[in-house]
Design a protein around this ligand. Sequence first.
Ligand code: DGL
Length: 251
Amino acid sequence: MTDFIGVFDSGIGGLTVFSAIKEAFKNENIVYLADTKNCPYGVKSMSEVREITLKNISYLKALGAKVIIIACNTATSTIIDVIENSNNYIIGVIQPTALEALNQSKTKKIGLFATNLTVASHIYDQYLQKATLYSEGCSDFVMLIEKGEFHSKRMKELIKNHVNHIGEVDTLILGCTHFPYIKDEIQEILPGVQMIESGKATTNYLKRYLTPLEKNTKRKLFFLTTGDLTTSQKQITMLNLTFDEVKKVEI
Ligand code: DGL
């Protein structure tokens, strides 16, 4: 399997980025890697997530990826130096997402919902020095989202609690690729606030570096998991997605 776009995340979060790429690059083969065995990343240490991320990148590279999208803010935050030196072979989600937020915000008062590790890395702060940033670590959303609990009572309570910790913002960055699944729930509590997701921003960034293939009517979509195959198959069905092949891999 060569000539494909590699996309990876700790679980189903990166599928929100995958879906945007799939639409924009209709003829490209895409391999999605869900590192479910190591999910969640956001409560691990910086060095542990960096090591896992570098392993996953090597795996996708050896498989023949022509470009690798780190569809995970947490993983991105641990390898900014590697991304910057990769000549756009490796693309992270944080820079495109942060710049999109800065561009869209009128008041330059921006909220950030991200995993605990992304918040602790302060990478968003570096890209958003021209704004006032209110960051909130929301790692407790991640495993509920993995289980498909998008609208549960527990989820609503958690969201309310985190919303109370951010200031008067006009823009909220969903700085974890799992969070677009609960966008409607968050929007309900913050009606006037615009939400910025990594999927669209990263796809627009990718368009600058990858010219879409014009012909390849038989493009293939693969889903690889490092975790439990049955769980992944159920998640794919729950999200109404289709892949040509879904399989478990050892990394
Ligand atoms: N989806 C990931 C992100 O964008 C991380 C979730 C996790 O594994 O903690 O940050």
